[in-house]
Design a protein around this ligand. Structure first.
Ligand code: SF4
Length: 363
């Protein structure tokens, strides 16, 4: 993938522009490039000079996503792993706040910085520690698995963490016939269906009055949307080279209509495998729009249906113009508190246990 410029050997404004133009992208216009190349260049120059790591979530807009080296790009789990492996003193997290918190929990001695601390997430914002405690009281002794899209205080109450890429495996690796899964209600119902007869998945609202949450982006996709997109773009069901991809956080009936469902990384990897085998000509991805923009750059031979206007407003808060001042402050030795993710030692200790458990079970 050519979206990363930070590996460019001789970094100059011209080389950055050339790299941007060579990305053969439908998502970047010459106007975008001319307007932003200087900011991109400045960020990359300061990144290199200060040995900073910039982690980029797949839902970042392409210019922001491209600030990260290929090994620094990915979904929540991939970025958590990169955060553990880095030897840099500064980790700039281009994603939302719960992700930056996870990086801090895994790297307590490092400075973890986020361009906008108000970049939230409907799943994390609507589900906190007391909501976990209510379920634990209702189902004493039943292990609790929490989706990584949650804040540290809620994670600290749980036994194990998961991402959409490893939830099935981790659920099955946990002891007992029952498991509480929080907070994503659609994900919970999807998991319940997939594990039917193997593990009883308990979740908020299932024979209890506890509160859960949903992803405000993925909940927007309806079954009618998916059927209409299939018709308009000719993505027929069971077509050998046309694929309808759906993310785990979508409603169960939307998931049922998919040709393939999975996590962001699993969807990306399936596309890569099909492209390699010459088995993908057209695709739609029921997920955040910028994921499609970034995949369009990575896989130019595929025609991606871009009927999408579904953006995560939280992810969209992370912009080039907010990232640049962080690197300027690092470079000049200025105060970083505006961007620094700070958690108490006890929260870090407690929240790291379910994350470490997940990492040990997924390796
Ligand atoms: S896309 Fe959904 S799950 Fe991801 S950060 Fe936005 S609201 Fe949260």
């Amino acid at each position: 993938m050519e979206s990363s410029f930070s590996t460019t050997q001789d970094l100059t404004l011209e080389s950055v522009k050339a790299n941007l133009y060579s990305r053969n992208s439908l998502s970047l216009t010459p106007i975008d490039i001319e307007l932003h190349a200087e900011t991109v260049y400045r960020i990359l120059e300061l990144k290199k000079r200060n040995n900073a790591v910039i982690l980029g979530h797949n839902y970042m807009e392409p210019l922001v996503f491209g600030l990260s080296d290929q090994g620094e790009q990915g979904d929540s789990l991939a970025l958590s792993m990169s955060a553990v492996q880095t030897d840099s003193d500064f980790i700039i997290f281009n994603g939302v706040r719960f992700m930056a918190e996870t990086a801090k929990i895994l790297n307590p001695s490092k400075k973890v910085l986020i361009a906008d601390k108000t970049a939230g997430c409907s799943l994390a914002d609507d589900f906190r520690a007391e909501d976990v405690r209510i379920l634990k009281e209702k189902y004493p002794g039943v292990p609790v698995m929490i989706y990584i899209n949650s804040y540290a205080d809620a994670k600290a109450e749980c036994d194990v963490c998961c991402t959409s890429g490893n939830a099935e495996k981790i659920a099955m690796d946990m002891p007992g016939d029952e498991l509480i899964f929080v907070p994503d209600l659609f994900f919970a119902q999807n998991l319940e269906k997939v594990l039917e007869g193997q593990k009883n998945i308990l979740y908020p609202g299932k024979e209890n009055s506890a509160k859960g949450a949903v992803c405000e982006v993925h909940e927007k996709f309806t079954l009618e949307d998916i059927i209409a997109i299939r018709e308009s773009f000719g993505i027929d069901k069971n077509h050998p080279k046309r694929m309808m991809y759906v993310h785990w956080e979508c409603k169960p009936e939307v998931l049922q209509e998919a040709d393939y469902y999975g996590s962001t990384a699993q969807i990306r990897n399936d596309i890569a495998k099909r492209v390699e085998g010459g088995n993908l000509e057209k695709a739609f991805i029921a997920s955040e729009c910028e994921l499609t923009s970034n995949l369009m750059e990575e896989f130019p031979s595929v025609e991606f249906a871009t009927a999408c206007s579904v953006r995560c407003n939280h992810m969209a808060k992370i912009s080039l113009n907010k990232i640049k001042p962080i690197l300027e402050a690092i470079d000049s030795g200025a105060d970083l508190s505006e961007w620094e993710v700070v958690l108490s030692e006890s929260t870090i200790q407690r929240a790291s246990k379910p994350i470490q458990k997940m990492l040990s079970l997924s390796s």
